[in-house]
Design a protein around this ligand. Sequence first.
Ligand SMILES: Cc1cc2nc3c(=O)[nH]c(=O)nc-3n(C[C@H](O)[C@H](O)[C@H](O)COP(=O)(O)OP(=O)(O)OC[C@H]3O[C@@H](n4cnc5c(N)ncnc54)[C@H](O)[C@@H]3O)c2cc1C
Length: 494
Amino acid sequence: MEETLRVRVIGGGLAGCEAAWQLAQAGVGVTLHEQKPEKRTPAQTSDRLAELVCSNSFRSSNVDNAVGLLKEEMRRAGSFLMACAEVAKVPAGDALAVDRVIFADVVETRLRAHPLISLVPGEVQCLPDDDVTTLVATGPLTSEALAKDIARLCGQERLAFYDAIAPIVDAESITTDDEDPQGGAYFKSRWNKGDSADYLNCPMTPEEYDVFYDALRAADLATAHEFEELHYFDGCLPIEVMAERGKDTLRFGPMKPVGLFHPVTNRRAHAVLQLRKEDIHGSSYNLVGCQTRMKQRAQRDVFALIPALKNVRFLRYGAIHRNTYVDAPTVLDAQGRLKARPSVFFAGQITGVEGYVESTASGLLTALVLIDQLQGRALDVPPPTTALGGLWRHCRGVLRAAGNTAFSPSNVIWSMMPPVDAVPVINARGKKQKPDKAGRKKQASERALIDLDQWLGRRRQEGRFVGAITKVLVAAPEVTTTGAATSSATTGGS
Ligand SMILES: Cc1cc2nc3c(=O)[nH]c(=O)nc-3n(C[C@H](O)[C@H](O)[C@H](O)COP(=O)(O)OP(=O)(O)OC[C@H]3O[C@@H](n4cnc5c(N)ncnc54)[C@H](O)[C@@H]3O)c2cc1C
């Protein structure tokens, strides 16, 4: 790569640090702009780069779990931050948890020591309008001035400041009317408009609705951060706030039964919760209008009172929190560049992924895409069967079920990958049988890792860049008496 190539990265959080490292490893000069120490987001408490603002966990490491698979793929693809996390690891069962101080110090020390990275402190208030390729990774709490400028370029309505998401549940765990003709969910679109296969309807009798309503009113709510004093729009109220307004508010809102007569009995239920197909594979459904602040346990308990959801498994819980993100499928192109200004790429949580691991993965992928582009190569992203590929496609909007134009941020979930053509397994009695859910996840995970290795192998053969960690990176830091880490050790291998 020509030495003169430079990329500007804005935001020294998880995505920005991962991307800066990978770009520099590919020979690109990086100027990394981070507003700290001059300014912090309301969630930050330190002046370090790559700050973990809440939990110290990167979640499960089990590859039969979607986030565990994502982490394994990132390791194979040479993720810088995953290698730093190994150095800072603390015991946490099957999860990868880190000492956040050591983690941030390892990341920052390595970045500062990299000859191709220069760190520039201070807030960037608007998107630069020059010919330097820029990567915006300013995260869920992007500073106000920059957010305003992004909104100016992509349209006010294409930049969200709050995430009000409804739960997503596993299609297989919904009780349908085949299994329970009275309370089971049935396919039908309201007034038979559109494709009836897109909606499953969960009917409730007056008694069932009363029980559900009382539980909803009594449910435990998650406490908001101080800076999250939410002002709800009327069109996007949390289900519990609607319930506060009166017993029938939901029945005239998201649970209205009109136009949803049962296709066999032709009966009209007292209330109906609609579930909308969430992904093109039909493996998950969204609880329409059920954005909520209920604690996760309460979500499980309250929604299970709806007969069709009595055994339901949550793939993603509902949540409402501060989150700045763009409507990525609309405003970004296939490479993650702002359509209105193609010299500007976006990565991290601002693109509609959620969580530490996913944001880091987004930084890694975007760096690879950007490096390919700088080398004049065509777009080459991981296969759809991988967690990395699924996450990338989620942000492009291609996984949404037909007719679903809304874009909502998400953690990595299995429904981002196509279901496996399950290979029968031999049971205890020596007979062939279809694998259960856990068996299918195992097969999907094996498939993902094989496909990822092939993809990485092909990239190497073609002389494309794959993530690169170096010897010095995996060195154990020296921990000072104050708990802060320094980085003189140089042992370890890549
Ligand atoms: C309160 C809160 C709690 C969370 N808890 C968890 C959790 O427990 N587990 C989990 O997995 N995820 C959690 N998340 C989500 C998590 O923060 C993000 O997923 C992740 O940190 C996002 O990574 P990122 O790189 O996109 O952004 P960040 O890590 O937030 O990094 C963005 C960086 O950009 C900087 N910046 C912002 N604006 C500017 C500007 N104009 N100029 C220069 N620099 C700027 C910021 O200072 C920051 O350092 C939480 C988020 C919040 C807000």
